[in-house]
Write a new protein. Structure first.
Length: 359
């Protein structure tokens, strides 16, 4: 066995198995130092919707800034554009970027109990090489950590933050559709992927749901369109009530798994269903419509920012989300252009947890 240390974080290697014991990924409802976002600029993705995407990104940034500081990262030369849209309450910095989905390309932050904070720098391959170039987005995690002065922990595994949800107490939920897709880590099997999640994020139990969204071909079924931990032992789940919805049966199959699952602490899961769905007409979208996912929300300090579609069902969905996060102000932000790009509010944000007090 070989032992070495990464800035006081001990890692033990034994052939291909290793365990990182100090750090863990906190739940998204833990206290934040701030929020990271990236400015949309990829013209071949957004096309004529780019202007609307900028407005929606700026609206999301301003909504989150009501609860916590927001830093918007823009490609060199685009900082002025971002500042014009976002206003003075959002900090803008310039770093090389290819795209604007920081849930997936920014670091995943981890903490320990001794006042240490680090960022895990997983590999990013643009959801299986769907967009080129993506080398700047693969590097931006390390650049961000340097900019923030936060320790970097490297991983050779491809992983996007939107593909996982954690409770901060040892449990992680993901989908087989995404994490086992051959375009991510073809040289790793399920056990090896699970071992890396345990090692880098400090989880002790991985729950595998069979399905992501059928229409989610961009990310191959990220879990942040399926379910999210809302509290220890509590999961908010997408459960479309329309039998004609393409995920009607698939989400019920996921729910059936959760119904018989206990978390890392041995608790059965309380499940809160979100039956509302929202399809919005958008001229450039395939079939003329995009689906705005209420599940794809951001938990801020004292608030929850939720993508909405401008449809009557928004109000009922926001009420369900509010029931899952008592004591937090729930804010809806229109996001059909973001949905056209392939995501929602959660996809374009990444929280920086507050470092714990030094023991």
């Amino acid at each position: 066995m070989t032992e070495f240390s990464v800035k006081n974080c001990s890692i033990h290697l034994n052939e291909e198995r290793y365990v990182m014991t100090a750090f863990r990924m906190p739940a998204e409802w833990s206290e934040h130092e701030g929020c990271l976002m990236a400015w949309p600029t990829r013209a071949d993705l957004w096309g004529s919707v780019l202007g609307a995407a900028k407005e929606e990104y700026a609206n999301v940034a301003r909504a989150i800034a009501e609860f916590e500081p927001v830093t918007m990262v823009a490609p060199p030369g685009c900082g002025g554009d971002a500042r014009t849209y976002c206003g003075d309450d959002v900090t803008v910095v310039e770093l090389p970027l290819d795209d604007s989905w920081f849930r997936d390309s920014a670091p995943l932050f981890v903490l320990d109990g001794d006042g240490r904070r680090a960022g895990v720098d997983f590999r990013f391959n643009a959801w299986g090489g769907k967009h080129q170039p993506h080398d700047a987005d693969d590097r931006v995690s390390g650049l961000l950590l340097d900019h923030l002065g936060i320790e970097r922990i490297h991983s050779d595994m491809v992983l996007e933050g939107g593909s996982i949800t954690v409770d901060g107490e040892g449990t992680l939920i993901t989908t087989e559709q995404c994490l086992l897709h051959p375009n991510r880590n073809p040289g790793m099997n399920r056990d090896e992927i699970e071992a890396e999640l345990r090692a880098r994020l400090g989880v002790s139990k991985v729950v595998w749901l069979p399905y992501g969204g059928l229409l989610d071909t961009e990310t191959d079924g990220h879990v942040d369109g399926v379910c999210a931990f809302a509290a220890p032992g509590t999961v908010v789940v997408s459960l479309p009530d329309d039998p004609a919805h393409p995920d009607f049966a698939r989400m019920r199959a996921n729910r059936a798994v959760l119904e018989v699952t206990t978390d890392a602490q041995g608790r059965p899961l309380e499940i809160i269903d979100v039956p509302q769905t929202a399809f919005v007409d958008l001229a450039r979208a395939p079939g003329g419509q995009v689906e705005v996912s209420y599940l794809n929300h951001y938990i801020a300090n004292g608030g929850v920012v939720v993508p909405v579609a401008g449809l009557p069902q928004d109000e009922d969905a926001l009420a369900v989300i509010a029931s899952a996060y008592p004591g937090r102000k729930v804010v809806g932000v229109p996001a059909p252009a973001i949905a056209f790009g392939g995501g929602g509010v959660h996809c374009i944000t990444q929280q920086i947890p507050l470092a714990p007090p030094i023991a």
